[in-house]
Design a protein around this ligand. Sequence first.
Ligand code: HEM
Length: 512
Amino acid sequence: MFVSSLLLGGLFYHHPLVAVPLIALVALLYWLVKHNYKFWEIDGVPYPKPSLLTGNLGPSLTLKKHISELASDWYNAYPDKPFVGYFKIFTPAIMVKDPVLVKNILSRDFDCFANNDFLLDVRQDPLLSHDPFLVTGERWKRSRSLLTPSFTGAKIKQLFPVMESVADAFVTFIGRHVAQELEAKEIAARFTTQNVVACTFSIDGDCFGEQESEFRRMGRRVFETSPMATVKTMMAVFLPTVAKYIPVPFLLKDVDEWIRSLVANLIIQRSASEKTVQEDLLQSFLKNREKSNATQTEITAHALTIFLEGFETSSVVLGFALYRLAKSPEVQQNLYNEVKKRIDANGGQLDFDALQQLEYLDWVMLETLRMHPPAATMHKVCTKKYIMRKGFRDEQGHDMSIYVREGTPILIPVLAIHMDPKYYPEPHQFDPERFSPARKVTHEGATFLPFGEGPRMCLGMRFAQAQVKLAMVKLILNYRVTVGPNDKPFAIDSRSFVYQARDGLRIVFERR
Ligand code: HEM
């Protein structure tokens, strides 16, 4: 402060003609920012106090809090409000809390909230620009419709034997590491990567070896970005209009080249081969190529989408499920009893239909998804002027409905809703039976959102559920899982974009 006063004094003394307009400009900017922060006050919407340069995102930008925790703080600070305003740096944004409003946004009024809040330049990222999650408009419709046939129940059933052999290899891998402390998410990612690669390309991804396989390495790389792309992402938060013009791709060049050459080689091999090719996901894209008029870039992009979306989120869920089972021996025993009984009754076999009938397993997975949703917040943008439902009144009885302007970012606090005792009593208790028909309570609107809802709902939900459940069944039949000696109390990793545990999830397997 003292130094800046001296500098200012010096500037005034030596260059008064520069100093006066400079100070006027700073004062004007200060006034503009302060005035901008009155936005929600003028509209009568409750909002947490923003700070001058970072709006309400400071703790998240400085990596002190994960965005889902920050959203939970706002959620809990305004217990009876249907929505809360906040500032995404300088941009006024809305966090929607009321489950009916959430459902309307995701389903009924999808037309007004069709886009995810993500800045992707389709010219810079030709492959990512076919991932339905990242694109909008006609492009989204086409990608979604081309990918949908690959994720039907019948298709997953057809892939089931492949998944099962990967799960068996996973059991063997764990067998080599019994009585050792393992990190649950890391071993889960080995399984999901191996499985996604097998189901997409019919390749052995070598993820259960002692060395890190190429597919695991690329699995990490695919979520990394260049320093310039990081700057662009930051700019997209601070100055979205400027960020749009920064010509940098998000996908790293080596990942782009790797997936293109992988798919191109497989296509050449398959067209040269006399043998009938097993119908993996790549083969279904190739089979439909003429009907859908898809280019090789599109087919490569779809393979990338499945790789990108297919292993990471499922590994989060499988990792947390194993960890929760390790922490709850009673739940683990109930699960073992159910699985054992079912398999014995099925002549020692586990087929796709038998997996669907394991209801306790289903509750365990749902409860894991409730407590640890990998997409712990969802981010949408208002694409058409919208009136947020009438009928809410503040303490003075004033109608709280508001106009949502086009371009307004919308945050859906999935984790906070899942941890709200109004919908889930004793939310910190891992209690799978809360999903049993005897105890399940339905609430109006959307209160369970691990896979989203509406036209943009997760495309790979069935695939994800099948791979997570299958791995759980196979492991629990063969091993008992306990918490490792270096286990630390669970905390969300605030430094990671992905929802994961700060200190890992330490578990140990023992043979049954
Ligand atoms: C447990 C694992 C998974 C979870 C929790 C999950 C969750 C989600 C969520 C929350 C969305 C956004 C939904 C919305 O905006 O309303 C989404 C979208 C998507 N997911 Fe998943 N996902 C999982 C696994 C998968 C898998 C295995 C695949 C594919 C192999 C996949 C492919 C996609 C795609 C393509 C989208 C974009 C859909 C669109 O915007 O039209 N997901 N997922």
